[in-house]
Design a protein around this ligand. Structure first.
Ligand code: ZN
Length: 134
């Protein structure tokens, strides 16, 4: 059972991400090497425009990056982002399990963290489009 049914909310219809937010994600991910970086995504009017850093989010390879009990239920938070320093830009088994439990849209950024080193997924782990907007 999902913790919260985001599908009932119109803000689940996310079409884009601000270029500066994506840049921030890629830079933070690069800085976190060899650990993973993770954050929550906040959107306004269908566009992801803010990163929410969770205190106590463990970064580390193979660690459960997000602790479900710490995640806020907040309509403006639409999903998550985390990095794969390994360079593999698709969800792991643990990621897929997590995607179904929290949020609506999930970004994975991967090494070398250049501007095309990312992918976006829906709750089923299927790739989906996300426009980069100014
Ligand atoms: Zn992952």
């Amino acid at each position: 059972m999902p913790l919260f049914d985001f599908s009932k909310d119109e803000r689940a219809n996310i079409r884009g991400i601000r270029k500066r937010v994506l840049k921030m994600i890629l830079e933070a991910s690069k800085d976190s090497i060899p650990n993973e970086f993770g954050a929550l995504l906040r959107a306004k009017k269908g566009v992801i425009d803010e990163l929410i850093l969770l205190p106590g989010t463990e970064s580390g390879e193979r660690s459960a990056l997000f602790k479900l009990y710490m995640l806020p239920i907040d309509y403006t938070i639409v999903g998550t982002v985390h990095s794969h320093p390994s360079g593999v830009c698709y969800p792991s088994g643990a990621d897929l399990e997590f995607f179904q439990k929290y949020g609506w849209i999930h970004i994975i950024v991967c090494s070398p963290f250049s501007k095309n080193s990312w992918a976006c997924f829906d709750i089923a782990g299927e790739p989906r489009d996300l426009e980069v907007v100014d």
